[in-house]
Ligand binder design. Structure first.
Ligand SMILES: [Fe+2]
Length: 191
């Protein structure tokens, strides 16, 4: 279930909003100029090759990209593979890549076709943690300090929209703020 938890930027224990209500989440994000949308979930997404999955979302993608702004659209996927002895190291490496606060020169636009991941957006005096699940589309505005946690067992399929080929490259702020906030797994188990 999609979850929004709003915390004070200087004290993660000060939780101002915690909700799974779609309407509240959409309104709260819109108030900050953040686009959030829901697309119908393709049930067998994990079993489909990336090209076919993209084809299933052709209508939604065409509408989102009506202006032709996104030149590169691809699919990122990671699933637990306990049979692979390299999996724990691979999962850890993938997770750590975006755990530190960073910014991008363009909007970070992600549609979660399946699985989940959490975006943490630092907006002034607040940090908004948005746990996205299958069906969720979120756009992190260019220049917004943020980080992303895919959790201890990374498992998601995401359609990524880029204006430039290297649009995913992060400009790390060097601020250690993310270490003081609950992880994706912590957020899900919080009362
Ligand atoms: Fe990012």
């Amino acid at each position: 279930m999609t979850l929004l938890q709003v915390m004070a930027a200087d004290d993660a224990a000060e939780v101002r909003v915690r909700t799974t209500d779609d309407a509240v989440i959409t309104a709260e994000l819109a108030r900050h100029g953040i686009a959030f949308d829901r697309w119908p979930v393709v049930a067998e997404a994990a079993a489909l090759p990336s090209e076919e999955l993209l084809a299933r979302y052709a209508d939604q993608v065409a509408l989102l990209n009506e202006s032709g702004r996104y030149k590169h659209i691809d699919i990122a996927r990671i699933h637990p593979d306990d049979a692979d002895p390299q999996w724990p190291a691979r999962a850890k490496g993938a997770r750590e890549k975006f755990l530190d606060e960073h910014r991008h020169a363009e909007d970070e636009v992600r549609y979660f076709a399946a699985g989940r991941g959490c975006f943490y957006l630092r907006l002034g005096a607040e940090v908004l943690a948005v746990v996205c699940e299958g069906g969720d589309l979120l756009s992190v505005p260019a220049g917004t300090p943020h980080w992303f946690d895919m959790g201890e067992r990374p498992d998601f399929i995401a359609i990524r929209f880029f204006e430039e080929e290297d649009g995913w490259v992060g400009d790390f702020t060097g601020d250690a703020i993310s270490g003081g906030f609950p992880s994706l797994d912590d957020l899900l188990t919080a009362p």
